[in-house]
Design a protein around this ligand. Structure first.
Ligand SMILES: Nc1ncnc2c1ncn2[C@@H]1O[C@H](COP(=O)(O)OP(=O)(O)O)[C@@H](O)[C@H]1O
Ligand code: SF4
Ligand SMILES: [Mg+2]
Length: 391
């Protein structure tokens, strides 16, 4: 088979027509690798215009093998945690991802962070597929995509001071560590997230839940990333504290030109901060659109059911609302239903739903229209339904 690296225009030099086939030596390959890696790093470090895609996720799959046996483990199945998820994240926006517990949100987050290896699919960060990067290029991606974790009580090392926790990323990425006054930089970060810089020598247990989450955010900001993935960052906090942390995150987004993926199971929290929202069900994206499209014009029965369950404080509005009660439990991701995964709980399910997987696309009936219902929905029978909700 011809060596794909030996083609015209390749940095190793064009192969002359008619000349004998040249077998590349190790030096050639190394030079090609270095040039390719440098080009990837340059692409990763280049700025992206506001509103253009910074991350493009395509058919992302993560199956966790289910094994049996103690000495001789054999695979007997797989947990299909993420099973063909696609979406874009635009520079400067917040994309909310919502869905019930176990639908694969955290696994998506871990895949984007390259903390898990994808079973299939691609994740393009500024055009570079991060599922296939290594070396300097992967390190550059890891610096630019940071995460804020769900539980501020367990995600911070209790034996480290706040200063060491926030400054730790500099040990992993010395190339961007402050040259002189590292302590001063950490104190600046404490200040930026609304904490007293004099708390630098304190330990996590000396802070409240909201303050701990601020420490987690300061750590996420340390390397000056472009994307922050927030996995249920306020779910463990009191309602009053949730709003403060979300307001802080909105302020930081403007200040540091950040793009966010904001994961939550609570639809009302996601609406407050998100420009667009994706709704996940059992490892797949059910519906995705702007906040108005998803909250005021949902077309997927699952989104409609979730929205109908959001409490409405206004008694007058409450009387006119239809509450959709979903029957049955969420099926196991190890054995998802055929066709549409939502069909075992969907009140509109028909034969077609069992036989044909609905694709995430603008429903045919809305394609030519300008209605807000014209957004991507993975349902064969997508249609608008009046749902009164408070979110
Ligand atoms: N490391 C793992 N090994 C096996 N199964 C896993 C692993 N991580 C997650 N899962 C399973 O994948 C599914 C999705 O999990 P997760 O992504 O944590 O969902 P969510 O964050 O939406 O609650 C769940 O059924 C979970 O049990
Ligand atoms: S495809 Fe069928 S089962 Fe799935 S959401 Fe639509 S109507 Fe319900
Ligand atoms: Mg989770």
């Amino acid at each position: 088979m011809a060596d794909p690296k030996k083609t015209d225009g390749n940095p190793a030099g064009p192969a002359d027509a008619g000349s004998e086939v040249v077998t590349p030596n190790v030096t050639d390959v190394t030079e090609i690798d270095v040039a390719t890696e440098s080009a990837a790093v340059a692409a990763i470090e280049a700025p992206v215009e506001r509103g253009k895609p910074i991350l493009q996720v395509r058919n992302l799959v993560k199956h966790f093998p289910l094994t049996q046996g103690i000495l001789f483990k054999r695979q007997v199945g797989a947990v299909k945690a993420v099973d063909g998820v696609s979406f874009d994240l635009y520079q400067g926006e917040t994309l909310g991802i919502v869905g019930e517990s176990g639908c694969g949100k955290s696994t998506v987050a871990r895949l984007l962070m390259t903390l898990e290896t994808a079973t299939a699919g691609e994740v393009f960060y500024k055009g570079q597929d991060i599922t296939r990067l290594s070396g300097r290029a992967l390190k550059a991606v890891r610096r630019n995509i940071q995460m804020v974790f769900q539980d501020p009580y367990t995600s911070l090392n209790p034996r480290m001071t706040v200063g060491d926790i926030i400054g730790e990323p500099f040990d992993i990425h010395p190339e961007v560590a402050p040259k002189g006054d590292r302590r001063g930089k950490v104190q600046d970060l404490l200040d930026v997230v609304g904490l007293n810089p004099e708390y630098i020598n304190r330990y996590p247990h000396q802070f409240s839940g909201g303050q701990r989450q601020r420490i987690g955010i300061a750590r996420g900001l340390a390397l000056n990333p472009e994307i922050i993935i927030c996995d249920e960052p306020v779910s463990a906090l009191d309602v009053s504290v949730q709003a403060q942390v979300i307001n802080l995150m909105e302020k930081l987004q403007d200040e540091f030109n950040l793009s966010y993926i904001f994961i939550a199971h609570d639809l009302s929290i996601v609406r407050h901060i998100s420009d667009r929202v994706g709704v996940m069900y059992l490892g797949k994206m059910a519906e995705i659109g702007t906040d108005t499209q998803i909250y005021d014009h949902p077309t997927h029965p699952y989104t409609q059911a979730l929205l109908s369950a959001v409490p409405v404080p206004d008694p007058e509005a409450r009387t006119g609302r239809e509450r959709i009660i979903l029957s049955g439990d969420v099926p196991s991701p190890a054995n998802p239903p055929s066709g549409c995964r939502f069909r075992t709980r969907c009140w509109k399910a028909q034969d077609r739903c069992a036989n044909e997987v609905p694709l995430l696309a603008i429903p045919e009936r809305f394609v030519a229209s300008t209605t807000p219902a014209a957004h991507e929905s993975a349902c064969h029978f997508a249609e608008e339904k009046d749902v009164i909700h408070a979110a």
